[in-house]
Design a protein around this ligand. Sequence first.
Ligand code: ACO
Length: 428
Amino acid sequence: MAENATLKLNGKKYEIPVVKGTEGELGLDIKTLRGESNGAITLDPGFKNTGACQSAVTFLDGEKSILRYRGYSIEDLAEKASFTEVSYLLIYGELPDKKQLEEFESQLAEEAKVEEGMKTILKGFPAKGKPMGILASLTSALESFHTDLINYDSEEDMDKAIIKVLGKFPILVAWTLRNYHGQDLVEYDKDLGYVENLLQMMFKKSGEEYKVDKTIESALNKLLILHADHEQNCSTSTVRIVGSSDASLFASLSAGVSALSGPLHGGANEKVVHMLEGIKEDDGDTQRYMEKAKDKNDPFRLMGFGHRVYKNFDPRAKIIKKSADEVLGQLGIEDPVLKIAENLEKEALEDEYFVKRKLYPNVDFYSGIIYRALGIPTELFTVMFAMGRLPGWIGQWREMRLRNEPIGRPRQIYIGENKREYKDIEER
Ligand code: ACO
């Protein structure tokens, strides 16, 4: 605990305890302020400057471009680890040893099946329904098939639900894609790994053998790791806040998927590719779009640029840019939108408007280009993001429960009408 801060309000002084994080961040603990001060609260729409919890999962420093999961740098993890290793790390706090990883992966494989009723639900959706809506519904539907896993009296109970959902989620993701294409569903193959399975369940053609391309597997593994956690972002905060009401893991994750679907959060990668396509069709005139992005009377924003916390390069964007070059090179794909993206990035980094506001490319700026190269339709990009973010949501949910955090319930400053008399309808 650092020394207290002092607040002076209406002539009275209040001692505010200061909490210090392991990386030196300071938080003013105002838990008791309202009670002591007869009603004063802090006001911070969008929680731009509000810490909702103390967490040991992910550290990021937006000014210094640092992102670490459980202390390990994102650069090391993206380069060296597998997605299942990173999932274990985020959820349980340590990298698994060989035996732990084998056991974890075999538990996940054991759960990699879904009930016939789930297939019926999926088939009820229109093929071109909104994929994130379908994924959120399927995640929420899991709860009804596993009613024994919605109350958690112990860590063991929680773990059962965690393994269940982590094992089944790739199926939900892959089948959302197959439903989109109107294709038959492909089952999990116990001889393949987690990421390989995701690919074969998405892309295997009926009656044909599917050989996993190592370049594609490694690029997807990296993308999933880069998206796996990002501390208290919109969807993660949603998962924690829904879970804080003692709602089940399935319900909390379904809410997380819905939060991620918005274009200002996970939906941005889809918007980036639409934007790049639009610029391509408009003779590749990046300069015109730069002007539109800067014009305050034009609602257009440069998608994939800017970030609530990064006021410097998003470290994930750097890794993804390199990976996009490698994947396209190795697969022999020439994608004209990559060139447009590079031009936009160059122009924005030299433009006073973007420099002054510290707007840099974020994780979504290049990820869509890789997803396209892997054969994933634009409308499904955010579903892939959800697949990556799943272990982060789970790790944060588990932490929230183990720390016995109270139910999330923000306050407000009321700005509506004062008390007035009810009038009968004839008198209004
Ligand atoms: N293009 C043009 N101007 C922008 C952009 C952009 N992409 N992003 C921010 N600005 C401007 C704003 O107009 C504002 O200008 P002003 O100070 O003159 O009013 C200033 O930069 C600050 O912007 P805010 O919206 O206040 O920043 P905030 O931190 O609230 O928003 C956000 C961050 C939502 C990501 C924003 O930068 C944005 O809309 N970016 C495009 C969407 C996007 O890429 N989202 C993905 C985020 S990453 C993720 O969720 C995984």
